[in-house]
Design a binder for this molecule. Sequence first.
Ligand code: NAI
Length: 301
Amino acid sequence: MTETITFDERVAIVTGAGGGLGREYALELARRGARVVVNDLGGAVGGEGASQLAADAVVDEIVATGGEAVASYDSVSEAESGAAIVQTAVDAFGTVDIVVNNAGILRDRSFAKMTAEEVDAVLDVHLRGAFNVSRPAFVLMKENGYGRFVHTSSNSGILGNFGQANYGAAKAGLVGLSNVLAIEGAKYDIRSNVIAPTAMTRMTEDLLGAFADYLDPAQVMPMVVYLCSEQNHYTHEIFSAGGGRYARFFVGMNEGWFAGPKRVPTVEELSDHLDEIRDISTFEVPTSSTDEINLLGRQFQ
Ligand code: NAI
């Protein structure tokens, strides 16, 4: 049996924690002893407007049950306001140990009709937002020799979904960010992972159809809280969580077809080997660009 997971003295920032999934993470981290910055701009699903009510309500809930939390109403979407979120943690609790990049909006439209503004708004919150909060937090974590990041991707980013070119690109970008933070943070005990959640929230209430009743956001929480813990030694990974199922997404690479050293095959020759190139009956899971180059190097020997 795993020992009880606690967060005594740890300082956590959860962005977009005024409702939905982020609220669940913030409540549980606080219940287990973390001091939490509950960040939320308090706007609509599309990102319009702002209100302090959402973040305040979650802070009140935490404080009412004996936990420690402060509200932050800054938007993640600009560098200055992202840094202000980290500063809120420093001012209130002295440092940052945990960042859950969770804030998000939707501006769905089919690609042919999508406007530049809809692209920017979504990239700014999800992808740049994660940069804006993670970078100043990473600097502190490096000094402290400890840190845990959880970035929120989506099956839409990893696999694609109709009408979500902006969102899917941002969500795939978060995997790229997490991978590099995992590599750069390794020697400082900074671990960085990705969650791809599925849950019934205001963001998805019109999208989930018959499964909605089975998708309580609280069911995503244990995976995220575990990844935030000192006990978590995994890094550079992507976990799916929703409806009580917890699983791992991964980027695999098969052996492929080797044309021979210092040889340029013809296009037809390549075409004749597409079955081998595409065969995924056996594969490896490289965890850095160096790993992939080493896989290639094996062919040269
Ligand atoms: P939600 O709409 O309840 O939560 C998002 C929160 O982010 C809101 O409280 C909102 O006010 C806040 N927010 C938006 N823009 C912000 C900004 N610029 N700065 C600070 N806060 C901001 O939706 P939900 O479902 O809880 O989403 C949480 C995260 O999970 C999002 O990143 C979403 O894309 C992601 N996700 C959710 C899925 C689901 O099935 N619910 C599926 C895949 C990903």
